[in-house]
Write a protein that binds this ligand. Structure first.
Ligand code: GLU
Length: 386
């Protein structure tokens, strides 16, 4: 591991997007965490990263970590050969390595008095709206409770067809799921170049990307090391997901101590800048792309609350119509039928009916669990007029 200091030659101005980011998702690649020669966890480096996370948290910012490394750590412990692994072997390696990984995060975060929470996701958890809402709800709850979610793919159960395979895209999905302001991909390279820099001496570093054009896509080379699945290609795929969700993305090197602090100090990185913020992007998606499955008719008090920026609580709902599941899009109408907006509903029709008109405090008594106080959260709602 090199611990290159930030010198004047590499000093760039820190972007305002970084200083403004309240919710940050950080993806940590396998090559940064596991020593390639002996599969040991690079504890000292990870400690410096967790120091940076603690500093961000102390400044009131929320951090979600998406950590690779389970397979890279586990394969050594199981004595698996070098080179590509069979699916069963990588599933077994992940099962072993994930324990060390989680233990390391827990120990290091504990030194700062921080609590970490392990979340293992499969592709379906981020693609199917119902499971997506469940996963999001858990991550949001953990953040509210002050914990640091540490996410990885659930490699042990994910088979080839239902697998991301790389944490670049997984982290972008997670960032979009929680409407993060910024996604940081800590990599073994300090950003995007016009060509792979190890192969082409004329390759130029690109500091800012605002749109992923075919030219940008053509700049991605093949994966860099045998330990990490992702190369520049999956990072650019991640960029598409992030930008589409209104989340800014940074590709930067993790091959230095304190890699997040380095971003604040203006280190050399590539920024992918989204043209709109995450909430606006999501609302456009809800208003424009999703086929509504039902209608919630709401009373005048709730209508007023919505236009004052509040979420829709069950108490304000007079009537429910249609056949919808948790996570489906619904139309929100006044009782006289005016369309007020659209949103993603947090309960299926059968349960929405039971809690309509009731207080949120009674949700659990009415349906046996509390899936959140809101029927439609304000971040999941696009109103028809201001
Ligand atoms: N989920 C894999 C692991 O933890 C890593 C995938 C990747 O390298 O992006 O080992």
């Amino acid at each position: 591991m090199s611990s290159t200091p930030i010198t004047a030659a590499t000093a760039f101005a820190a972007r305002p997007e970084w200083d403004r980011a309240r919710r940050i998702v950080v993806k940590i690649g396998s090559a940064l965490l596991a020593d390639r020669t002996n599969g040991e966890l690079k504890l000292q480096w990870l400690a410096s990263l967790i120091d940076d996370v603690a500093a961000l948290r102390a400044a009131g910012r929320q951090v979600v970590l998406v950590s690779s490394g389970a397979i890279a750590l586990g394969r050594f412990k199981l004595g698996l050969p070098k080179g590509p692994l069979e699916l069963e072997q990588s599933q077994a390696a992940a099962a072993v390595g994930q324990i060390s990984l989680a233990a390391a995060y827990q120990a290091l975060a504990g030194q700062h008095g921080m609590t970490v929470a392990q979340i293992l996701l499969t592709l379906g958890d981020t693609e199917q709206r119902r499971r997506y809402l469940n996963a999001r709800h858990t991550i949001e709850t953990l953040l509210e409770l002050g914990a640091i979610p540490v996410v990885n793919e659930n490699d042990t159960v994910a088979t080839a067809e239902i697998k991301y395979g790389d944490n670049d895209r997984l982290s972008a999905r997670v960032a979009s799921m929680v409407s993060a302001d910024c996604l940081v991909l800590l990599s073994d390279i300090d950003g995007l170049y016009t060509a792979p820099p190890h192969a082409d001496p004329n390759a130029r570093h690109i500091p800012v990307v605002t749109e992923i054009t075919p030219e940008i896509e053509a700049m991605a080379g093949a994966p860099g090391t045998e330990l990490s699945k992702g190369g520049m290609k999956t990072k650019i795929e991640a960029g598409k997901i992030a930008l589409g969700a209104g989340t800014n993305m940074v590709i930067t090197t993790g091959d230095i101590m304190h890699p997040l602090r380095a971003i604040s100090e203006g280190s050399k990185v590539t920024w992918f800048l989204a043209s709109q913020d995450p909430v606006t992007a999501k609302k456009r998606w809800i208003a424009g792309q999703l086929e509504p499955r039902g209608t919630l008719f709401i009373d005048a008090g709730a209508e007023k609350a919505l236009f004052a920026g509040k979420s829709l609580l069950p108490a304000g709902v007079a009537r429910v119509d249609g056949t919808f599941d948790r996570g489906d899009a619904v139309i929100i109408r006044s009782t006289d039928g005016r369309e007020l907006g659209r949103g993603l509903v947090a309960y299926p029709r059968s349960e929405a009916e039971k809690i309509a008109g009731k207080r949120s405090a009674d949700i659990e008594a009415l349906i046996g669990y509390n899936g959140g106080d809101e029927l439609v959260h304000r971040d999941d709602m696009a109103l028809s007029r201001k």
